[in-house]
Write a protein that binds this ligand. Structure first.
Ligand code: NDP
Length: 282
């Protein structure tokens, strides 16, 4: 059996150039022009390439996206002060701070300073809390993109077993909450989980976000399951995920590729969140 490949690239392209573009045109008629600011500190190559993709996707949906660049030795005070300016600027609807930040800047302090109504990464305590409570919020981008990819397969999660491997605040925990909200039975696994294979054995959907290349292979996943691979690694110039695609695709019914899977969906969700923020802020 060879799995259907869930192309995040294609799903994202469709969302950006239809739903989102149309929403932007509607907003433009009301003289609302969604605008995203990406704050980029330092000159890390990976960050710069993520930022470039964000700008590309913003253009596809027809929104404005600007990068605010800072030297690596910028002070925390300066970053906080710029966030205050953005919070007060009515023409800006969304802001994200590209992570990682240099060690001398507190990620917690910086993220907490962002106005939750402009927090299009969905990282502020207010938005995380609302997600937990099932209230309307800006849902963090990778989990949101994963749910959209699952929806694109036509899968109804109600009553399904979902195993999430990894419990980070930006992927594992929020995606588990979103699956629970769709009435899945969710099993969360992490580095202290005993007998991971038994937790995978009866999964209908497996979401892997551990940050270890090819951590899960085809022997560990049940036949016919759907596999979402969040990980992204550059091994000797070749990209791979947390799942061994070749063996897993022989067992799964559907699987996301790396690259071209969760990555583009994450960026698409960021653009969508900016548009939602613009709709709400006006
Ligand atoms: P973190 O490092 O924050 O979390 C990793 C999680 O994996 C932790 O909960 C950890 O458990 C768990 N883990 C580590 N080792 C094991 C193990 N042996 N068995 C089971 N669980 C284990 O990672 P992130 O969630 O931020 O990212 C995960 C991957 O996804 C990375 O490769 C990252 O680059 C990628 N990523 C990709 C995105 C995209 O847009 N494509 C977006 C975000 C991330 P414990 O809590 O016990 O330490």
């Amino acid at each position: 059996m060879s799995a259907k490949v869930i192309s995040g690239r294609e799903v994202a392209e469709t969302i950006l150039t239809t739903d989102l573009k149309n929403k932007v045109l509607e907003l433009n008629k009301k003289n609302i022009k969604p605008k995203l600011i990406v704050m980029l500190v330092g000159d890390m190559k990976a960050s710069a390439s993520y930022v470039a993709q964000k700008e590309k996707f913003a253009v596809k949906a027809g929104i404005e996206s600007n990068v605010m660049r800072f030297e690596a030795n910028v002070t925390e005070k300066e970053i906080l002060s710029q966030i205050d300016n953005i919070n007060n600027d009515k023409s800006i609807h969304g802001v994200i701070v590209q992570l990682p930040l240099p060690d001398h800047i507190s990620v917690t302090k910086v993220l907490n300073r962002i106005d939750p109504s402009k927090d299009v990464d969905g990282f502020t305590p207010t938005n995380v809390g609302k997600l937990f409570l099932g209230e309307e919020t800006l849902v963090s981008c990778t989990p949101k993109g994963i749910m959209q990819m699952l929806a694109s397969t036509g899968t109804d999660l109600s009553g399904k077993n979902v195993t999430v491997v990894g419990r980070s605040n930006i992927v594992g925990k929020p995606v588990a909450i979103l699956c629970l909200q769709q009435n899945a039975t969710v099993t969360m696994c992490h580095s202290r989980t005993k007998d991971l294979n038994s937790k995978l054995a009866d999964a209908d959907v497996i979401i892997v976000a551990v940050g270890i290349p090819k951590f899960i292979n085809g022997d560990q996943i049940p036949k016919g399951s759907i596999v979402i691979d969040v990980g992204i690694h550059n091994i000797d110039g070749k990209l791979c995920g947390d799942v061994d695609f070749d063996s897993a695709s022989q067992k799964a019914s559907a699987i996301t590729p790396v690259p071209g899977g969760v990555g583009p969906m994450t960026v698409c969700a960021l653009i969508e969140n900016t548009i939602i923020a613009a709709e709400r802020i006006g």
